[in-house]
Write a protein that binds this ligand. Sequence first.
Ligand code: HEM
Length: 346
Amino acid sequence: MLDCIAKHPAKIELSETVPSPMQALRMAQWNFLELLPKDCLSKPVVSGQAGARFHMIMDPPLIRDMLNARVEDFPKGDMIVDLFRSVALKNIVSAHGATWEKLRPPMAKAIHVSALKEFSTVFSAAAEATVERIERASGPVDIESQMTQSTFEVISTLALSEANPRFMQTVQRALTCFTSEIARFSPLDFLNAPAWLPRPGRTGLSPTIAFGQKLVDSVISARKASGPKSPPDILDKLLEAQRADPYITDDHIRDNLNVMLIAGHDTTARTLSWSFYLSAFAPEVQEAASLEAREVLKGRAAGVEDLEHLPLSMQIIKETMRLYPSFPLLVRNQPLKTALTPDSPF
Ligand code: HEM
């Protein structure tokens, strides 16, 4: 429980108007979410100008149209491509068109929801190890680092079956370096400055990241020589896709493994950490969730099949993702042929 450190969960004040380019530059240095105007909470589309004209789309049918029916018309945003340029250019998150179509089926197969049951033992082992670490701790526990360690253990086991903790710590350090120092939006991105203009702090391939990349490369080569694990992990599934389609290169495999290692633990660690944070403001919700878990699980670790019997825990996670989304903005480019107007957004 938070001991009266704060009375209410952290909240940013959204601005009354769409900020001017200069205001945007100033605000983005502190927290780019402050760039969102209040209108985002009530209007389907909010447009503005920050270097280039931009549109924020909040309307679910329009979003579905952009991400599904008309996905071809809205390529991944330059901002996203630039973030990955020096580190993992050939990855699915920044890919579009033919590359995305080639990468999507093997990636989707590797982490399809139908595989959740088979992943269950890995989830439970990481959760139990986390509980033990927390029980052993004397004094306050940094829940964010606990959740990061736990979710990274899950994704590194599922992606690479890698059991050597020192090896994985080095890879994790490289990925953390990528997300904290390089994969950061710069105010210059919001102002649509050209890609050749250096973004302060986004320096490219640091030695830590380069070393992490080499380690992942070495796992790929070793696996090619040794053949698949039993059961096959995500790397095996990507190598299988490569054997079926020579379009998929070793660079694709390395870059997508890296992206999977990042996307597969950072988002979940943030969601779990915020859910503990929010629960700390509501002791009665904590108590009810604990009671629900004790009644359903009777002391054993939870499996995927238990989720439907744990409605309160599910609500806590969903409400956390609504209030503190770990992935708050999807960025897409808007080609000229899809010009938006206030009356007819597309
Ligand atoms: C709370 C957890 C998560 C959240 C909030 C989240 C959110 C998102 C969002 C919003 C996108 C779309 C990005 C875009 O199109 O611009 C995305 C894509 C992706 N995520 Fe997650 N994610 C989560 C967990 C995971 C996990 C656990 C994995 C892997 C094990 C994963 C792997 C991916 C991949 C591979 C993509 C690219 C999909 C594509 O472009 O076709 N994510 N995620």
